[in-house]
Design a protein around this ligand. Sequence first.
Ligand code: CA
Length: 432
Amino acid sequence: MPNPFSRRLSHTASASLLLLLAACADTPAQALTTTPQPAPAVTATAAAATPTPIETPALSFEEWRTLLRSDAIAAGIDPALFDRAFAGVLPNPDVLKADSSQPEFTRPVWEYLDGAVSQTRINRGRVLLVQQRGDLSRIEQRYGVASEILVAIWGLESNFGGNIGTHNVVRSLATLAYEGRRQAFWRSQLLAVLQILQHGDISPERLVGSWAGAMGQTQFMPTTYNEHAVDFDGDGKRDLWNSASDALASAAHYLQSSGWQSGQSWGYEVRLPQGFDYALADPEVRRSVAEWRALGVTPYSQDREQAADDTMATLMLPAGHRGPAFLLQSNFRSILRYNNSTSYALAIGLLSDALRGGDSVQAAWPRDDRQLGRSERIELQERLAAKGFDPGPADGIIGANTRKAIRALQLQLNWPADGYPDENLLQQLRTR
Ligand code: CA
């Protein structure tokens, strides 16, 4: 799922957008504000969820709907269509619960990848690459996005169209716009979905999606849908629910709009030399491939096609210095615009490689590493702040500021400065 906030969001799993974001240490996790994504995958598992209190709305749902109806009509929505879309619609408590839950535990990136890039998914994806070859090649010609990337997105977003969600999207969005968090955001999504209905892409009765309103085989949020969905099969409807061609082309169109560089890769796994300065593994540190090579950063697999020397890239250590390292090109950022989770983007890249018959990750993941829970991440941030570092707000999200603060502490301790929050670091802060 793409990020809703930026344009689309998708979410299949019932975990929440927030979860996903939070699941990835590298991703700034403002899910909703930037990207929401719940994704099937990335969302990881929440063992325990702490509900966030939500204010009781001042208007009854019926009063609220009356005002919304008036605004929708002023925006050009046909009154009869509005009434049809809202027939029998009442707030859905399950959606509110999903919106407010903040899971204590998120899945480690290697466990997420085990599920996202499973052999079953690879096999299915390879069959579909053959079956959809004609459409995929026309889509690649028009938008410049490789077939394997699109099939990987299709696989992660909806299991190749097999899981597009069962929620009534109008009901979900109305619930969130009426009494969820970020009501203005949800209201704009709700108005966008009414425009989609009015456009005739789908009937109100068939408008299903994730609990958060992500729709179709590529799980687009309504505003993203309006901006980027395309009718590729030429039947006059942008039908991301029932037309694989429309869905794949829409994903390609969206990536193209997000700066996709045709003919380039997303990145590749690399080896780092002894004594490497891990502080360079930061999204803000961009170097050319030639500069990385001069620093001793080389492709893990020698037969892998390498990027041109002047290609700019960043280095990522998704599990800290004990795990695999990846050199990322700008297309990785385009995937992040689709869904702002580094775990998700890495899964798309690795799945697309596997669909081409490429290698899986070569270096070992630190599977013995215990992930910090949300309350421990908050404690880590509080303790960093108490020691005079500046990790940003203690929200349990390991974003750029927290990573910098962790690095500063690691440097003080003369530890590898990878900015990765682990149990040893927390223990160290507790005892100092
Ligand atoms: Ca169509």
